[in-house]
Design a protein around this ligand. Structure first.
Ligand code: ATP
Length: 245
């Protein structure tokens, strides 16, 4: 399902311009990354897509409908968001968190099958099914957060820094899962600080620089052709394996 953001401005209070004139498109079935340093405005842009913050100007449409339309429902449209703090319920068990992800669904048999699908994807969640979510490690919590989002069978999945602070082996696992979800046809917008890995897995990448300006976008080769992007990233995206293949 297409996500189209046009000339977006988001301001906090009277002085902090967090997003300034950002335009971004994620086409149906694409995996698009948004990379940039701390405070660049990445999370704010995602929150605006979710309607958690109100833009000052510009537009955001999902599947051709503005998210500000009174009738627009992210849940009904199949838009799932995994926020940076993961948003899981720490007082509930792993199983309860997964079931909550499907709370609005009436197709009980399909829900059971989807839980099984996620337990196959994330074996650690099967092992800790009855354990309190607060007892999970950060990497396990991130897997639970993604699995719970997948219980919505989303058509558009927004992931905000899913590998932040995780051990390298878990970072590899999360990136593998992201590629797997894309192969399953989920449209994905991935916000990351891990520029190299993001550019490697994404169909296209947007580079955002504080305060909230997109300074370049495209494939690794296209990013590598922009002096401003190379200067900001500190490396040549064209050197990446994917670009060479
Ligand atoms: P990070 O990688 O650190 O999460 P980010 O690229 O996601 O950073 P944002 O969290 O979107 O960046 O922040 C963009 C700017 O807006 C920053 O200058 C930040 O300090 C500011 N900001 C974010 N949230 C608020 C808020 N609730 N009130 C005021 N300023 C905010």
């Amino acid at each position: 399902m297409d996500l189209v953001i046009e000339d977006l401005y988001v301001q906090y209070g009277s002085s902090v311009m967090a997003v300034q004139g950002a335009s971004l498109v994620v086409r149906d079935g694409e995996l698009v990354a948004l990379i940039g340093q701390n405070g660049a405005g990445k999370s704010t842009l995602m929150k605006a897509v979710m309607g958690w913050v109100s833009p000052h100007a510009g537009s955001i449409a999902i599947g051709g409908t503005s998210v500000r339309d009174r009738a627009f429902s992210h849940l009904d449209r199949g838009v799932a968001f995994v926020p940076e703090d993961r948003g899981i319920f720490s007082s509930l068990t792993v199983g309860e968190n997964l079931r909550l992800g499907a709370v609005r669904r009436r197709d009980k048999k399909a829900v059971a099958e989807d839980i099984e699908r996620e337990l196959e994807r994330f074996p650690v969640l099967r092992r800790y099914w009855g354990r309190g979510a607060s007892l999970l490690s950060g990497g396990e919590q991130q897997q639970l957060a993604i699995a719970r989002a997948m219980m919505l069978n989303p058509r558009l999945l927004l992931l905000d820094e899913p590998t932040l602070g995780l051990a390298p082996i878990i970072v590899d696992l999360i990136f593998d899962v992201i590629e797997q979800l894309r192969a399953e046809g989920v449209t994905i917008l991935l916000v990351e600080q891990n520029a190299v890995r993001s550019i490697e897995v994404a169909d296209r990448t947007y580079v955002v620089q504080a305060p909230g300006r997109i300074i370049g976008s495209g494939t690794a080769a296209e990013l590598g052709a922009s002096a401003a992007v190379v200067d900001y990233l500190g490396f040549e995206p064209t050197d990446l394996g994917r670009a060479a293949s």
